[in-house]
Structure formats: C-alpha cells, structure tokens
Design a protein around this ligand. Sequence first.
Ligand code: B12
Ligand code: SF4
Ligand code: SF4
Length: 367
Amino acid sequence: MASLQMTIEKAVSSMQPSPEELTEFVSAAAKDLGFARSGVTGIETPARYPRYRDWLERGDHGSMGYMDDDFHKRARADMRELLPDARNAIVVALSYEKQASSKERLSQPTGRVAQYALGDDYHHVMRGMLGTLAEALSAKAGTTFSSRICIDSAPLLERELAERAGLGFVAKNTMLISPGIGSYTLLGVLLTSAEMLTTKAPSARDCGGCTACLEACPTQAFRAPYSLDAKRCISYLTIESQGAMPEELRQLVGDRIFGCDVCQDVCPYNAVAPDRAVTVPELRPRDEERARPPLTMLAGLGSNQRKRYVGGTALRRNRREQLLRNVAVVLGNIAPEDPVLETLAADRSPLVQEHAKWAIAQKPPTS
Ligand code: B12
Ligand code: SF4
Ligand code: SF4
C-alpha cells in the first residue's frame, strides 16, 4: 500500500509543472494579459534599502508620513510582512501612451495633467489583471498558492524590485526605464508562495553621461542623480500634499494641475521606444480634453459633477480643496486676471481662498 501511495504521489508531482515551467508560463500569461514587461525576483531585502532609510532621515518624504511608519520600514526590508509564506515577487510593467503636448494656443486658460492620469485609474486596471494572473498560476500548478497584489500603496521598493527582476534599470531621475519602452510605465507586484526561477536582467544599460532630466526639472527637485527631494516635486505638490504650496515654488509649477512628466519627457530613452505600442485600452485618455482641461470648467464643477469627472481615474486622489488650490495656482501663473479667481477667493475653504488671493496678486501692476 505504502509503495502504491508513493507511486501516486510521484505521478502527481511529476505532473506538476517545474519552477522553470511556472516561470515561463507566467511570462507568457503576463504578455497575453497586456503587460509590456514582466519578471520574477526573490524576496531578499533590496540592496538599496539603506538609501530609502537615508531618504527618510533627510525628510525628503515631506508629509507622506506613511512612508516612515514602522510597518512600512519593516515591509520594505522583508516582503514576508505582506505575505508570510512569500517566496517570489512577480513584477510587471504596464505601458501607457505618451502624446506630444500640443503647442497650439487655446482660447481659454487650461491646465496640464500628467499622462498616466488621463485614462482609467491604473490601480484598478492592474489589480484586475494581476488577479487573473494569480488565478492562472494556481490553475496551471493545480494547487492554490497564496498571493498578494501590491500596487503603489503597498510598502515595497517597486522600482528596485523591477530592476532586479530584469525589467530595466533605475535611472538618474529615479524612474524605472525599460529599454524599448522607456519609463512611461506603471509597476505592480504579485507576491506569491509559488516556487519559481528568478529572471535575469536582459541588458546592463544605464544613463551614461546624460543629465538632461536633472537640469530640466522645473523645481530643481533632484538633490543629485538618483536622489529626489519629494517636497519640491510637482507631483508631490499637486497630488500628495494636502496643505499650502510653498510660495517660492508656486510659479515653478507652471500650468501643471496634477502631476508632472518633465523629467520623463526629456529622456532620450522615451524618444526611441519602439515597444511602447503594447498598452491596454483602459489607460488611453478618456477624452481629448483630459490632458488640457479648461481651468474655469474645473473651478465651476459642483460636487456631483466633480465626482463624475474624477471618478474612476487617478485624479480622484485630489480632494475638492486640493484640486481648487492647484487650479488657483495655475491661474496665478497663466491668467491672473481671470474673474473665476474672485469666486475662488471667496471659497468656503481657507486653503483655496489663500491660493486664489496669491494668484490675483500675480497680476502685473497697471502703469
Ligand atoms: C512616494 C512615491 C512618489 C513620491 C516620491 C518619488 C520618489 N522618487 O521617491 C512622488 C509623489 C514625488 C512621486 C512622483 C512620481 N511618481 Co511615484 N511613487 C511613489 C511610491 C509610492 C514610493 C516610491 C519610494 O519608495 N520612494 C522612496 C525612494 C527612496 O525610493 P526610489 O525612488 O524607488 O529610490 C530608489 C532609487 O533612488 C535607488 N537609488 C538610490 N541611489 C542610487 C544610486 C544608483 C547608482 C542607482 C542605480 C539607484 C539608486 O534606490 C532607491 C531605493 O530602491 C512608488 C510606488 C512604490 N510602492 O514603489 C510610486 C512610483 C515610483 N511612482 C510612479 C510614478 C509614475 C510617478 C510620477 C511619474 C507621476 C507623475 N507623472 O507625476 C512622478 C515621478 C517623479 C520621479 N522622478 O520619481 C511609478 C513609477 C513607474 C516607473 N516606471 O518608474 C511608481 C512605481 C508607482 C507605480 N506603481 O507605478 N512618487
Ligand atoms: S516629476 Fe517634474 S517636478 Fe518631479 S522630479 Fe520630475 S521634473 Fe521634477
Ligand atoms: S534624461 Fe538622461 S539622465 Fe535622465 S533618466 Fe533619461 S537617460 Fe537618465
């Protein structure tokens, strides 16, 4: 009997795919689902973890206090804090289109929205795709692996894991660049208890002597290559920060009301990116106006209209007063005479009032 049992177990286990087969399967399944790149890495502590601790020490995370809490610090060092029986991290990159910004003069003042935020919210889109990938992996192996989907808000050093899994390299602007695609990608991780093979980097590329992004940053937010003071980054100022924008940075924000793409726009790896065509339709801009929304339209949205406008997109991360704060700053920079600023200066939010008054004060003195 015992030997029959052993024979059955052997037969079953011989039918189970090997770690190598599972790795190949995941790579093919990720591609079929629409991911532009994928790879597998182990759960060892990221080698540059100390750089993240230095970043916190310097206070470069600003008001993103969650980045500094004990759980975040532990989990970025040990992924088993997120999934106790994690063995591997499957890292994926979703590519999105980057359109050249229009140079035509528009008849009304418009703001600029970062490209990643023009379509459906990528957190939502990617969660569905990674859920399907997790199910397919378990089905392939004929067993249920434990897994955890981590996108953005989970405490992982996603870009370093992506580099380790062979998706590309961490560049001087701190972005993960995948040669052939560039950096207009969004990253996600599927932690899994499955035994797999780790994938190797396709090529050891880097920035070489280029420093274009460091020089082009409107707010000079880079302390040095690979080191960003988030407090100066327009993405932080317009999306993450809930409070007042430091006055000395307001003019530098220009016409950006949500996020910033400058340090990517100038990157030569984004100029030649033949594989960027691999995108999913959900990430395409919802409508033509999304990248350059009229500021008076944004300022005039009622509560339900605003919910409808931002609903299902990354823009919903902005609360009402953050969005109006950003609209006021941009109007101060490009159209300080716009009458809608008077309405914003009487808004119920003191934050909006203060920024609108600052914006009105940007009018050149009449001679
Ligand atoms: C907090 C955060 C921000 C902050 C801080 C950004 C930052 N650079 O730290 C703010 C709000 C400013 C921000 C802005 C943006 N973000 Co953001 N953000 C995050 C988040 C949640 C955590 C990043 C983090 O841990 N920062 C801490 C620092 C220390 O980590 P790091 O930047 O990865 O640093 C590493 C390198 O600097 C490297 N390093 C240090 N020294 C050296 C030296 C050498 C030689 C080398 C090679 C490397 C190296 O080691 C560090 C540790 O691994 C991640 C999601 C995640 N969970 O990872 C998204 C994420 C990084 N953001 C993303 C995006 C898209 C953006 C924006 C482009 C959005 C926009 N258009 O406005 C901008 C880009 C700004 C920029 N140049 O980084 C994507 C990036 C995708 C990609 N291809 O890289 C991510 C991965 C979200 C996602 N799921 O896709 N973001
Ligand atoms: S996103 Fe914009 S503000 Fe932030 S580092 Fe890049 S260029 Fe500078
Ligand atoms: S612009 Fe130059 S320095 Fe900056 S990320 Fe691209 S290649 Fe690297």
